[in-house]
Design a protein around this ligand. Structure first.
Ligand SMILES: [Zn+2]
Length: 589
């Protein structure tokens, strides 16, 4: 029998925001069980390979030739205008994914602005087209349905130039003829020193011009942040306020990655025609898209090499497992190529550690061993295929602690153990030949209600034997908090590949834990039942790699600070790609 010595804690990297860590939980991860050894060494090899790749980012147009440093602010303005044009050119043939998650907000006497309902949009941006998005969710009236009562405002704002307006200050006329640039000050954003300009459209420059502030880094003079709106507005259109951030992911270029939008007056008693908060993310700039002929490119390091000296033809049971594994590999590779799944990486090691803790204490030995992968999208969902558990970025973001992560993984582990994952059809490669936009209609991993219930029962059995048995209260609290907000978050709770966690506003996943959970106490500041969105996972918009954010816990001062499941503004710590690469070769990790 295996001992529990192999249990390692992932809590170091997955700690509870806003509270102090328990002593004894801060030990570094111990060596993994031997059954995981092959896996971890291949992960190490992958990491090594990724690090070499990091130092040599994927080919783009050569970075700008060194130019003499500008000596006047006028020269700086010329340079930043030129750099903006270079960026548009560099991105011209890119088709990143754009995701917008929007919460309509209402005012709660105790909690301030809280979500009333929500909308979700996922598309691919094509910088060449004037109508710049293709829907991942192909349904004729989907946009209407998604945008609900917002259709009018939102669609006007999205089309025809739409979203790209919020990515660039002005796609067509960002120049001195149309704008005044007024230098304000120097300011650091993260590690990067910036020159700050107010940008004001000239009289008669036309409608829908950028009005606001830009931050320009002081080395190559690229815009790294834009904050403002568009003005004046046409009679029948509406422009939102936005705060748009770019990251230095390619030498010489700062790539648009995050946009926060907000409208409405959130002060008490204010009457709003519209009030919302929205997060938009762009990613998959450098991931193959819509090119089905490029199947030769190996992106997934998932194939386990058969190294046993006695390797022979597979026995029937073994062949069945390999077949399932092939289906899983196909699906994960396809999702990664569509820009919907992150490449295998360090975060997976943390998730696998938690899954491993569940297996060891339940004497479960699976072949091939459990792997995990992350979907890059916001809606809260999990699914599993073969022995691979997939969990969405949005779900990882809002989970308050390791025990809550464990219940989500336990549910999928239960499906695996119970043999529910019969997706062998995906082992045929022709079934992977579809356009990226059609991913959600070609892939699906939904179980029947009976299988869902069986998986929940089995998962609770697994959890009771596990190191998380004493911590299920906090996991139950998470579900309780989710139950509180579920009626207001239908879009966040609509799974696109797996089963929904809730049904018509009622949480169904692992719901037995809700009954045994302690009372949800909004005013108890050290009771963090769920986190806001976006606080845990950091995505590299260029190559889709993910890492966990190491932010310092901040003391909460009121119940309003908790913001479970809520959209909040972005404040990424900006740094230059060179400085990041230097620090990683020094061996910080
Ligand atoms: Zn399930």
């Amino acid at each position: 029998m295996r001992s529990t010595n192999g249990i390692v804690t992932a809590v170091l990297l997955f700690s509870l925001r806003g509270t102090t860590q328990q002593p004894g939980q801060a030990s570094p991860p111990a060596a993994l069980e031997s059954s995981q050894a092959t896996d971890s060494s291949s992960a190490a090899a992958l990491k090594a390979r990724q690090e070499t790749e990091t130092t040599e980012p994927a080919p783009v147009q050569p970075s700008p030739l060194p130019q003499a440093a500008p000596t006047t602010m006028d020269q700086v303005v010329d340079r930043l205008i030129e750099r903006e044009r270079h960026l548009m050119k560099m991105l011209a043939d890119r088709t990143p994914i754009v995701e917008t998650y929007l919460q309509n907000v209402t005012s709660d006497a105790q909690l301030g602005p809280v979500p009333k309902d929500d909308r979700y949009f996922l598309g691919r941006m094509d910088f060449r087209e004037s109508i710049d998005r293709k829907d991942y969710m192909k349904q004729p009236s989907m946009e209407k349905r998604l945008l609900g009562g917002f259709t009018k405002f939102f669609s006007v704002q999205y089309q025809p130039l739409g979203f790209s307006w919020m990515i660039f200050a002005d796609r067509d006329d960002f120049d001195r003829e149309h704008y005044d640039f007024r230098y304000q000050q120097r300011e650091f954003l993260g590690e990067v020193r910036c020159l700050v300009f107010d940008v004001i459209p000239k009289k008669n420059a036309g409608k829908g011009r950028f009005l606001g502030r830009i931050w320009v880094e002081d080395k190559d003079f690229n815009i790294v942040r834009l904050n403002g709106t568009y003005a004046p507005r046409p009679r029948n259109a509406y422009f939102f306020h936005m705060d748009s951030w770019r990251l230095n992911l390619v030498p010489g270029y700062w790539v648009p990655a995050y946009i926060y939008s907000e409208e409405g007056d959130f002060s008490a008693g204010a009457k709003n025609r519209i009030a919302f908060k929205a997060q938009s993310r762009l990613w998959a700039y450098n991931v193959n898209s819509g090119k089905e002929d490029e199947l030769t490119q190996v992106l997934v390091d998932s194939t386990v090499k058969d190294e046993s000296p006695a390797a022979q033809d597979a026995s029937p049971v073994e062949a069945e497992r390999r077949w399932q594994q092939q289906a899983a590999d196909n699906v994960l590779e396809r999702l990664q190529r569509a820009g919907l799944a992150a490449p295998q990486g360090d975060v997976d090691k943390i998730l696998q550690t938690v899954a491993n803790n569940l297996q060891i204490t339940n004497n479960i030995e699976l072949s091939p061993p459990i792997r995990t992968r992350m979907l890059l999208t916001t809606p809260l969902e999990t699914f599993s295929i073969g022995n691979t558990i997939v969990i969405s970025r949005g779900l990882i973001d809002v989970l308050p602690d390791e025990a809550s992560l464990a219940i989500m993984l336990a549910h999928e582990l239960a499906h695996i153990v119970l043999g529910h994952n019969e997706y062998n059809q995906y082992a045929f490669n022709d079934r992977m030949l579809f356009s990226d936009e059609a991913t959600y209609s070609n892939l699906g991993f939904k179980h029947t209600a009976a299988e869902e219930a069986a998986a929940d029962t089995k998962a609770i059995e697994l959890l009771k034997n596990s190191p998380y048995a004493q911590k299920l209260d906090s996991a139950g609290l998470f579900l309780k908090s989710l139950q509180t907000w579920a009626p207001h978050l239908p879009a966040l709770l609509t799974a696109h590949l797996g089963n929904n966690i809730s049904d018509k506003g009622t949480v169904t996943r692992m719901s037995a834990l809700i009954n045994s959970a302690p009372t949800l106490e909004i005013n108890k500041l050290d009771q963090i039942a769920a986190l806001p969105l976006g606080g845990r996972v950091k995505m590299n918009a260029w190559d889709d790699r993910v890492e966990l954010i190491k932010s310092q816990p901040i003391a909460l001062t009121s119940a309003r600070d908790k913001k479970p499941f809520e959209v909040t503004p972005f404040f990424p710590r900006l740094s230059r790609i060179e400085s990041r690469n230097t620090s990683s070769t020094v061996g910080q990790r």
